[in-house]
Design a protein around this ligand. Structure first.
Ligand SMILES: [Zn+2]
Length: 126
Protein backbone atom coordinates (compact mmCIF):
# COMPACT_ATOMS: atom_id res chain seq x y z
CA UNK A 1 0.00 0.00 0.00
CA UNK A 2 1.21 3.48 -0.82
CA UNK A 3 2.32 5.63 2.07
CA UNK A 4 -0.26 8.18 2.98
CA UNK A 5 0.84 11.77 2.71
CA UNK A 6 1.46 13.52 6.01
CA UNK A 7 -1.73 15.25 6.97
CA UNK A 8 -2.29 18.00 9.41
CA UNK A 9 -3.05 16.38 12.73
CA UNK A 10 -4.42 19.43 14.44
CA UNK A 11 -7.74 20.98 13.60
CA UNK A 12 -9.74 24.04 14.40
CA UNK A 13 -11.28 23.76 17.86
CA UNK A 14 -8.56 21.49 19.24
CA UNK A 15 -6.84 22.30 22.52
CA UNK A 16 -3.08 22.45 22.08
CA UNK A 17 -0.08 22.97 24.32
CA UNK A 18 3.03 24.83 23.20
CA UNK A 19 6.08 22.57 23.48
CA UNK A 20 8.81 24.91 22.22
CA UNK A 21 9.67 28.57 22.33
CA UNK A 22 9.00 31.34 24.81
CA UNK A 23 5.43 30.27 25.48
CA UNK A 24 6.26 26.66 26.22
CA UNK A 25 3.66 25.04 28.48
CA UNK A 26 0.82 27.39 27.60
CA UNK A 27 -2.44 26.10 26.23
CA UNK A 28 -5.09 27.46 23.98
CA UNK A 29 -7.76 26.59 21.49
CA UNK A 30 -6.90 26.40 17.80
CA UNK A 31 -8.72 29.18 15.98
CA UNK A 32 -7.36 28.35 12.56
CA UNK A 33 -5.31 25.57 11.05
CA UNK A 34 -3.33 26.08 7.87
CA UNK A 35 -2.33 22.68 6.52
CA UNK A 36 -0.44 24.13 3.55
CA UNK A 37 1.93 26.14 5.70
CA UNK A 38 1.78 23.70 8.62
CA UNK A 39 0.84 26.48 10.99
CA UNK A 40 -1.91 27.06 13.49
CA UNK A 41 -3.35 30.16 15.08
CA UNK A 42 -4.01 29.59 18.76
CA UNK A 43 -6.25 31.74 20.91
CA UNK A 44 -4.26 34.17 23.11
CA UNK A 45 -0.92 32.63 22.17
CA UNK A 46 2.00 34.07 20.25
CA UNK A 47 0.42 37.50 20.37
CA UNK A 48 2.00 40.24 18.39
CA UNK A 49 1.20 43.92 18.57
CA UNK A 50 -0.53 45.28 15.53
CA UNK A 51 -1.19 48.92 14.97
CA UNK A 52 -4.65 49.71 13.73
CA UNK A 53 -6.04 52.84 12.21
CA UNK A 54 -9.46 54.04 13.31
CA UNK A 55 -12.02 53.09 10.73
CA UNK A 56 -15.71 53.35 10.10
CA UNK A 57 -17.69 50.18 10.48
CA UNK A 58 -21.30 49.65 9.60
CA UNK A 59 -23.53 48.82 12.50
CA UNK A 60 -24.39 45.14 12.60
CA UNK A 61 -27.72 45.84 14.32
CA UNK A 62 -29.06 47.02 10.98
CA UNK A 63 -29.90 50.49 12.24
CA UNK A 64 -27.83 51.97 9.47
CA UNK A 65 -25.63 53.87 11.85
CA UNK A 66 -21.93 54.14 11.36
CA UNK A 67 -19.71 53.23 14.23
CA UNK A 68 -16.13 54.23 14.54
CA UNK A 69 -13.78 51.44 15.42
CA UNK A 70 -11.05 53.01 17.51
CA UNK A 71 -7.49 52.70 16.34
CA UNK A 72 -4.57 51.81 18.53
CA UNK A 73 -2.48 48.81 19.32
CA UNK A 74 -4.16 45.42 19.40
CA UNK A 75 -2.85 41.99 20.23
CA UNK A 76 -3.25 39.57 17.38
CA UNK A 77 -2.49 35.88 17.55
CA UNK A 78 0.26 35.09 15.06
CA UNK A 79 0.59 31.67 13.44
CA UNK A 80 2.70 29.05 15.26
CA UNK A 81 4.49 26.24 13.40
CA UNK A 82 2.65 23.02 14.01
CA UNK A 83 5.89 21.37 15.17
CA UNK A 84 5.86 23.70 18.19
CA UNK A 85 2.51 22.56 19.53
CA UNK A 86 1.04 19.30 20.72
CA UNK A 87 -2.57 18.31 20.87
CA UNK A 88 -4.00 18.02 24.38
CA UNK A 89 -6.05 14.88 24.81
CA UNK A 90 -9.55 15.76 26.08
CA UNK A 91 -9.77 12.44 27.93
CA UNK A 92 -6.53 12.44 29.94
CA UNK A 93 -5.72 16.18 29.75
CA UNK A 94 -2.11 15.63 28.69
CA UNK A 95 -0.30 16.68 25.54
CA UNK A 96 -0.09 13.72 23.23
CA UNK A 97 1.05 12.65 19.82
CA UNK A 98 -1.79 11.76 17.57
CA UNK A 99 -2.00 8.18 16.53
CA UNK A 100 -4.38 6.99 13.93
CA UNK A 101 -6.74 4.21 14.64
CA UNK A 102 -9.09 2.64 12.18
CA UNK A 103 -12.65 2.33 13.28
CA UNK A 104 -15.48 0.77 11.43
CA UNK A 105 -18.28 3.26 10.95
CA UNK A 106 -21.39 1.98 9.24
CA UNK A 107 -19.44 -0.81 7.60
CA UNK A 108 -16.74 1.52 6.29
CA UNK A 109 -13.23 1.72 7.73
CA UNK A 110 -12.59 5.25 8.85
CA UNK A 111 -9.40 6.73 10.14
CA UNK A 112 -9.88 8.39 13.48
CA UNK A 113 -7.45 10.32 15.61
CA UNK A 114 -6.55 8.75 18.93
CA UNK A 115 -4.45 9.59 21.97
CA UNK A 116 -1.04 7.90 21.72
CA UNK A 117 -0.64 7.48 25.48
CA UNK A 118 -0.65 3.73 26.18
CA UNK A 119 -2.73 4.16 29.34
CA UNK A 120 -5.34 6.25 27.52
CA UNK A 121 -5.73 5.61 23.82
CA UNK A 122 -9.12 7.31 23.69
CA UNK A 123 -10.43 8.83 20.51
CA UNK A 124 -9.73 12.54 20.15
CA UNK A 125 -12.78 13.43 18.13
CA UNK A 126 -15.51 12.71 20.65
ZN1 LIG B 1 -5.39 10.61 26.38
Amino acid sequence: MAATRARIRIRKGDMVEVIAGKEKGKRGEVLEADPRRQRVIVENLNLSKKHKRPKARSDSSGMGQQQIEPGGVVDLAAPIPISNVMLVCPSCDRPTRVSHAVEEVKGVDEKVRACSRPDCGKGLDR
